[in-house]
Design a binder for this molecule. Structure first.
Ligand code: ASN
Length: 342
């Protein structure tokens, strides 16, 4: 087995606070900041450190601006360099990291090397930055090769990417996977939770990249007093899918039964309706309560314990991979890469 220092890691900088500098209009990512700061760290050249290269995106983004094109760019970058490296560290803004990590978990079919997303809450160029520690931990995890899946390494924890949500905009502990065990705890030792890790079989035909296409989908969060009729206008043939963020185990307010006929019409137009929960823990179970029964009767499908982030990414994947409507509907409640518990 290769030791860590014999491993090769590609660090991909996409943008985000970690490489930002304060400007007149707020923080913005600045080219070469991460590269320069990392190169100056003696630990990055320590004899036991894996060898590493850094690839910086031409246009660096606050992650609020990351969309389908950038996901494809990230996926392609990993795909193109897959054979040359033992693992990948993706430096990314925290705001949409959970979406991007979810997207990569579907886009990179047959992945059996670590892809570790990280970033920081304070830029590397400022004192008290959490960035260096996050980067060092991520490099070690990418090099160890135990977690051969898309994960998020942040503030001493390793989480499954498609199970993660951003929890805090100002704490160092910015992420959690509230519905799934941590993949590792990072202390003096990196303690992997073997039972929680994906165990991909080495894929027969290697890594496959499924680039995403733009997709007209919507996320609707229900709330007490919601006037469903306002949403009728968007439920046209143009819409391909909706993620409905419901209460508890998949419950919706009766509100004069306004939603169900709208959902039924949308379903008849071919729209895939996936039911997720506003709760961070637990699962959707349509039919447990009378307030959810109607949803399955009009064609909606329960997304079990999937995060909204994972549900959105999965829809992009399934439509881009050109599955049929029936297959997409079935697959939204089936586990593909550790994103939900069946
Ligand atoms: N707005 C930043 C981003 O997501 C936040 C961060 O990285 N901490 O790019």
């Amino acid at each position: 087995m290769k030791s860590l220092k014999d491993k090769k890691i590609l660090i991909i900088y996409t943008g985000g606070t970690i490489g930002m500098v304060s400007g007149p209009n707020g923080y913005i990512p600045v080219p070469n900041t991460v590269r320069d700061i990392l190169s100056q760290q003696s630990i990055m050249h320590h004899k036991d450190m894996p060898s590493w290269d850094i690839f910086e995106f031409e246009v660096l983004l606050d992650s609020s601006n990351v969309g389908v094109a950038e996901w494809n760019q990230m996926g392609r970058c990993i795909f193109d360099h897959y054979r040359d490296y033992d693992g990948f560290v993706v430096l990314h803004g925290t705001d949409t990291m959970a979406y991007s990590a979810s997207a990569m978990s579907f886009m990179l079919q047959g992945l059996d090397k670590p892809v570790v997303f990280t970033g920081s809450q304070i830029p590397l160029c400022e004192i008290r930055s959490d960035g260096l520690e996050n980067i060092f931990n991520s490099i070690c995890i990418a090099a160890e090769g135990v977690a051969r899946e898309v994960c998020i390494c942040f503030s001493g924890k390793l989480l499954r990417g498609n199970r993660t949500v951003k929890l805090s905009s100002d704490r160092f502990i910015a992420f959690e996977s509230p519905n799934y065990a941590h993949l590792a705890e990072i202390g003096i030792n990196i303690q992997y939770n073997e039972g929680a890790l994906e165990r991909p079989d080495p894929p027969a035909d290697g890594l496959k990249l499924v680039e995403f296409r733009e997709l007209p989908i919507g996320v609707i969060k229900v709330f007490p007093g919601i006037q469903f009729s306002l949403f009728e206008g968007i439920m046209t043939e143009r819409l391909r899918a909706i993620v409905l963020e419901t209460f508890g185990a998949g419950n919706i307010p009766a509100s004069d039964n306004a939603l169900l006929p709208i959902i039924k019409k949308a379903y008849e137009h071919g729209v895939i309706i996936t039911v997720c929960s506003q709760c961070l823990q637990g699962t959707v179970s349509l039919g447990t309560y009378e307030t959810s029964r109607g949803l399955s009767e009009v064609g909606a499908v329960g997304g079990a314990d999937m995060t909204t982030e994972a549900a959105v990414a999965k829809l992009y994947y399934l439509f881009s991979a050109q599955y049929s409507k029936e297959a997409i509907k079935a697959m939204m409640s089936q586990n593909m890469c550790g994103e939900l518990t069946e």
